[in-house]
Design a protein around this ligand. Structure first.
Ligand code: PEP
Ligand code: MN
Length: 343
């Protein structure tokens, strides 16, 4: 719409969309309103002509991409995902999630939450439901793990991001978490995407282990259409032929996604490399490339971790990384979250 378009003019557009048996999606930005037209039409050209005639319409842009609502054309300003406690993904301040791969005990979570909040993290990560390569490996503490996560995060002013593995658990995980994580193995689990989207909770959508950027954006579109518009994309590495690292961390995806979608993008250097010593350098690279945040595995005693010990930072290593990250963030016009002051 024209920046000066009135509400009545927007409504005339949505009325024509409804009369054409199509669905409208209205996105109100600071500058202008964009009305998305969703559906299948036999005669796009005639319809586009009709819209162009309406008062207040600035231009009619056909979006050829199969992901429309999450595309840059669907919204001309970046989405900032805001959580209840003031954490933002896509704002000037970066989102930094830190915590263990798996929730193992109350003590482990409280020790980690205290330390990472003092180092400047603003979200606590940790899996209560774990997808594992082997069905015989530790699968997580389940509901008990969720309760511990919530309590530890609340004690130190952190938000909670945790994975939901199964459609049957969406409601329960949504009760305890601020952000629902959809793991790499479930990126194209469309039933789960629909259910997570319908919860209207913020969703962290990790890249599938062999997913193209387009497939990933199509998955995000699924969540968006289902109802949650607060979607954060997370690059976590893709399968490569080289066993030296666990995955090949695709930092190129960060600026590429920023050119294709209005959604925020964060990076997981832990699963992205699988190697503790590579987590720091790749965190710096991710922020330098414009990532809106990081999700990092941190464990008080990685040697005894039930999962992903070799890629987990110790508590002091995480604090040291946050120190090194600060000037890099500043250089690209971003800042790190404020450090929690302990009393
Ligand atoms: C995780 O973050 O704990 C995890 C299992 O990650 P991914 O889905 O990227 O493998
Ligand atoms: Mn892990």
């Amino acid at each position: 719409m024209n920046p000066l378009a009135t509400q009545a003019e927007v409504e005339a557009v949505t009325a024509l969309i409804a009369a054409s048996r199509l669905t409208s999606h209205v996105s109100r930005g600071a500058e202008r309103t964009i009305v998305g037209v969703i559906g299948v039409s036999d005669d796009k050209e005639t319809l586009a002509g009709q819209f162009a005639e309406l008062a207040g319409v600035d231009s009619v842009v056909p979006i050829s991409k199969s992901y429309k609502l999450v595309s840059r054309e669907g919204r001309d300003e970046p989405t900032v995902v805001r959580l209840r406690n003031g954490v933002t993904f896509g704002g000037e301040t970066l989102a930094v999630a830190a915590g263990p791969c798996s929730v193992e005990s109350r003590e482990q979570l409280f020790t980690t939450a205290e330390s990472v909040s003092r180092a400047g993290a603003n979200l606590l990560r940790g899996g209560a439901f774990k997808p594992r390569t082997s069905p015989y490996a530790f699968q997580g503490m389940g509901l008990e793990g969720l309760v511990i996560m919530r309590e530890a995060a609340d004690a130190y002013g952190l938000a909670v991001v945790t994975e939901v593995l199964d459609v049957r658990d969406v409601e329960t995980v949504a009760e305890y978490a601020d952000v629902l994580q959809i793991g790499a193995r479930n990126m194209q689990n469309f039933g789960l995407l629909r259910e997570a989207g319908a919860s209207r909770k913020p969703v962290l959508l990790k890249r599938g282990i062999a997913a193209t950027i387009e497939e990933w954006l199509m998955a995000a579109e699924y969540v968006y259409v289902a109802g949650s518009h607060d979607i954060v994309l997370c690059e976590r590495g893709i399968r490569s032929y080289d066993p030296m690292t666990r995955n090949l961390l695709d930092i190129t995806a960060v600026p590429l996604l920023h050119s294709l979608t209005h959604l925020p993008v964060i990076v997981d250097p832990s699963h992205g490399t699988g190697v503790r010593g590579l987590v720091g350098p790749m965190s710096l690279a991710a922020v330098a490339a414009g990532a809106d945040g990081l999700i990092v595995e941190v464990h008080p005693t990685p040697a005894t971790a039930k999962s992903d010990g070799p890629q987990s930072l110790t508590l002091p290593l995480f604090a040291e990384l946050m120190g090194r990250l600060e000037p890099v963030a500043r250089a690209v016009g971003r800042s790190l979250p404020a450090k929690a002051v302990t009393v």
